[in-house]
Design a protein around this ligand. Structure first.
Ligand SMILES: *Cc1c(COP(=O)(O)O)cnc(C)c1O
Length: 379
């Protein structure tokens, strides 16, 4: 057995990232909205077929911009899964909204679309599906409910870039969508994100919010002759150095995604028999989805077995991790009235889920070691 540990995630350059970073630095434009920021935005706009993409400093900031653009007010309600990262919820709570937590489906671990209707009240402003592990939520049903009840849908697509639901890219369904380029995501700039704007009516205000509440973007396009303070805002622009790194990653998107697909399929096939024999649930990808290959997880029968397997793998130099403690049971979640039993599937899955090492530098030899170690875990 190899004695160097198998890490859970390793961010690595896969193409011309370092060359582009040097180019950005030598060009003399290293603040926001330089040539590489424009290249990344254009690449994503073309590939996804959306009106506008604005790079942000993080996925969290893209979510914050979303809540500002929806003009969320104190007392408004937003429906979201409890099984997600804190930023999905914080963005709306920062504006004074009350989070209303929905449970997840036991198969895809995505927001249970059949619960949305029953959670809508006259104060509901938005539903925020999170495409967990890059497998799409049931968007037809969610959009139908939301449109009928006059509620907006905005997507947290941090896991799902280039994944599809019924042939259409995730992140192109809601009025807005947030992407993340954190080092744990498929494509990275260390820290980074993007706001995808599908509703053209929101483009101009999004540009203003991102530019500290000024009409700087319109000024640079020659649409106004002065640039001035016109609205609230903040600084959500990443440095062009980061955009340069990200451009190098996104240029290699096919290579990255086909590598991740191979990794995912290897785990899935190699663990099939062991999983069946031990009643371990492997990920489910419905036929009408093309997943984004963000992660590989399994659900162990109990919390105790999950913890034992983490320890068993750790002893063999393999790092595996659990994911998402239910937000409705967190300290903050409880302040919004969250109680045990509110989201039973979330509570169970949070105890059972284990993520295996999965990243752009992972090799098949390493995966074979992981699989072998798992097969030795008999119970
Ligand atoms: C990573 C992630 C975010 C936040 O992204 P950052 O770029 O780290 O701010 C938001 N939502 C989900 C579901 C994520 O996984």
């Amino acid at each position: 057995m190899n004695d160097s540990p198998i890490r859970f995630n390793i961010p690595v350059p896969v193409g011309r990232e370092l060359e582009y970073v040097a180019e950005a630095i030598h060009s003399g434009h290293i603040s926001g909205d330089g040539p590489f920021t424009k290249k990344v935005a254009a690449l994503l706009e073309t590939k996804l077929g959306v009106p506008r993409v604005l790079l942000t400093t993080s996925g969290t900031h893209a979510l914050d911009m979303m809540a500002l653009l929806l003009e969320i007010q104190p007392g408004d309600e937003v429906i979201l899964p409890s099984f997600t990262f804190v930023s999905t919820v914080n963005a709306f709570v920062l504006r004074g909204a009350r989070p209303v937590f929905a449970d997840i489906r036991p198969d895809t671990l995505n927001l249970d679309e059949t619960q949305a209707e029953g959670l809508i009240t006259p104060r509901t402003r938005a539903i925020v599906p999170v495409h967990y592990a890059g497998v799409g939520c049931e968007m037809d049903s969610l959009l139908e409910t939301a449109n009928r009840r006059g509620v907006r849908v905005v997507e947290d697509n941090a896991h799902g870039l280039f994944g599809k639901y019924k042939g259409k890219y995730l992140g192109t369904f809601g009025a807005l969508a947030a992407q993340s380029f954190h080092e744990t995501k498929n494509f990275t700039s260390g820290e980074g994100g993007a706001l995808i704007i599908n509703d053209p009516a929101l483009v101009e205000r999004a540009e203003i919010l991102r530019e500290k509440g000024t009409n700087r973007s319109r000024f640079f396009r020659g649409q106004v002759d002065k640039y001035t303070w016109v609205d609230i805002g903040s600084s959500y622009l990443p440095s062009d150095i980061l955009a340069a790194f990200l451009y190098g990653q996104l240029e290699q998107r096919e290579k990255i995604q086909s590598h991740r697909k191979r990794l995912w399929e290897f785990y899935y096939t190699a663990l099939q028999d062991w999983a069946q024999a031990h009643e371990v649930q492997l990920p489910h990808v419905p036929a009408h989805m093309e997943q984004a290959y963000h992660m590989f997880y399994m659900l162990l029968p109990t919390l105790d077995l999950r913890q034992q397997l983490i320890a068993h793998l750790k002893e063999r130099g393999i790092l595996s991790v659990f994911h998402y403690l239910p937000l409705h049971l967190s300290e903050m979640g409880r302040r919004f009235g969250g109680r045990e039993g509110d989201c039973p599937v979330t509570e169970r899955v949070s105890d059972q889920l284990l993520r295996l090492p999965f990243h752009n530098a992972l090799t098949q030899e390493e995966q074979e070691q992981v699989v072998e170690a798992i097969r030795e875990f008999d119970f």
